[in-house]
Design a protein around this ligand. Structure first.
Ligand SMILES: Cc1ncc(COP(=O)(O)O)c(C=O)c1O
Length: 456
């Protein structure tokens, strides 16, 4: 069969409230032109994030009913810990309430004001947490990552030569860890190849620097390797994931992505002494080491989700349904990052709105227009998110100005995606009339979440 179906049946539904264009124009103005500040019920198709927005399975809901809510040593903790150890292979597992809490603990222990932390591309929360502790977050994406049309299959790769040069120039003592984000969220949801992972590991181990994964979308990355990298076609996603992690010393993880969970995360390491220091902070900020900011039922849901996400039929459907949207956009001539990534579709706002300069935030304008046109909520990943120095307040154009349409797992069907395609095309047809934006008010850190905007 050529038709790709959602490999699940739907047995619970949530109605979508439909709004008119006029209502949406008022609603987004009242939200200071920041889609994060809208009420979710005023959104028709919510593609703000794939994080924590998954539909859980009947198995996961069933497991939640079995949650052991004991303060210490709960059954649910052991189920969670054993699942994480089995899939990720690291010896020490530290539960946290979400990914950024794992990052905060990790960098709190490892980063000082002299530190430099390279990554293929830091996500906003890893960058902000490193900067919070005075360190410098450096992006080393491969050259193909900047060419949004390049069909290179692993555009999430790190630039190995640049990594070697950084280690040689700065010295390993300034680099407390090397990270790689799978898939590369801020770089377009693009995968990292096993060959690249092996090379990063070689550089890290050669210099005695710990190597960490930001593992949020590890299963999608594993399936990309399976489908695209020679030699992996017969391996399961679980086997590929195990090989990926075998090259590293630890990971941070947000279970809100490839854990199918609505909340949760964890931090892993093979270093028992480091884990002891991390648990000291965990107790201060998250909770006792056998629950770390999560309820027993959350630990159960994650334990089920981490296994479900490795199902090959689900992963094929996931990657192909994202590709469906990208290919249709390309047929319409709409600038989009290709090849398709795993969890999201990224519109190239600079080419969509070439008359708007980066410091007038073309990505923000496009996200606002998509909401007004069709009630689609998306997120700017560009100069609003990355273009300000939190210490000096100085602004510069980000490397890319993208709009991310992140697809929640198992939530929307193909007809929802057809509606999204129609909405984007309507904005495309009137693109020359769209104006840039200016920031009226913004906080020091992670400004995109709460900044207030107006039209230029
Ligand atoms: C690559 C990446 N790292 C880290 C995080 C942070 O995870 P959380 O939202 O659970 O704090 C995210 C969340 O979107 C992410 O995409």
């Amino acid at each position: 069969m050529k038709t790709i179906i959602e490999p699940f049946r739907i047995k619970m539904v949530e109605p979508i409230k439909l709004t008119t264009r006029g209502q949406r124009a008022q609603l987004i103005e009242a939200a200071y032109y920041n889609p994060f500040l809208l009420r979710a019920e005023d959104v028709i198709i919510d593609l703000l994030t794939d994080s924590g927005t998954s539909a859980m399975s009947s198995e996961a809901w069933g497991a939640m009913m079995r949650g052991d809510e004991s303060y210490a040593g709960a059954r649910s903790w052991y189920r969670f810990r054993d699942t994480v150890k089995d899939i990720f292979g690291f010896e020490q597992v530290i539960p946290t309430h979400q990914g950024r809490a794992a990052e905060h603990i990790l960098f709190g222990v490892m980063v000082n004001p002299d530190s430099i932390i390279p990554n293929n591309t830091h996500f906003d929360t890893t960058r902000a947490n490193i900067e919070f502790f005075g360190g410098k977050a450096i992006d080393l994406p491969c050259a193909e990552a900047d060419d949004l049309d390049s069909e290179y299959l692993f555009k999430g790769n790190m630039d190995i030569e640049a990594l070697e040069k950084l280690v040689a120039d700065e010295g390993p003592e300034r680099i407390p860890l090397i990270m790689v984000t799978v898939t590369n969220n801020s770089g377009g949801g693009q995968p990292v190849s096993m060959a690249n992972i092996r090379e990063i590991s070689r550089v890290a181990r050669g210099a005695g620097i710990p190597f960490y994964f930001d593992a949020c979308r590890f299963a999608e990355n594993a399936q990309f390797i399976r489908r695209r990298e020679p030699g992996y076609g017969d391996a399961s996603a679980a086997e590929i994931a195990a090989e990926m992690f075998s090259h590293a010393d630890g990971c941070t993880m947000s279970a809100k992505k490839d854990g199918f969970a609505n909340i949760g995360g964890f931090l892993c390491t093979n270093d028992a002494e480091l884990a002891r220091r991390e648990r000291n902070i965990l107790i201060l900020t998250e909770g006792f080491p056998t629950y770390g900011g999560l309820a027993g039922r959350d630990l159960e849901a994650i334990a089920v989700g981490l296994r479900e996400v490795l199902d090959e039929h689900y992963l094929d459907y996931r990657l192909l349904s994202t590709r469906y949207v990208v290919e249709h956009l390309r047929e319409l001539g709409i600038p989009v990052v290709s090849p398709a990534g795993g969890h999201a579709v990224y519109l190239d706002a600079r080419r969509f709105l070439p008359h708007i300069e980066s410091l007038q935030y073309p990505g923000q304008s496009l996200a606002v227009e998509l909401y007004i046109e069709a009630g689609i909520r998306s997120a700017e990943i560009g100069t609003v998110m990355f273009g300000a120095d939190p210490h000096t307040g100085e602004e510069h154009p980000a490397r890319l100005d993208l709009v991310r349409l992140a697809i929640p797992r198992r939530v929307y069907t193909q007809s929802h995606m057809d509606y999204v395609l129609e909405g984007i095309n309507l904005v495309w047809e009137r693109r020359s009339d769209i104006r840039g934006m200016r920031i009226v008010r913004a906080p020091q850190y992670l400004r995109h979440f709460t900044a207030e905007f107006d039209w230029v």
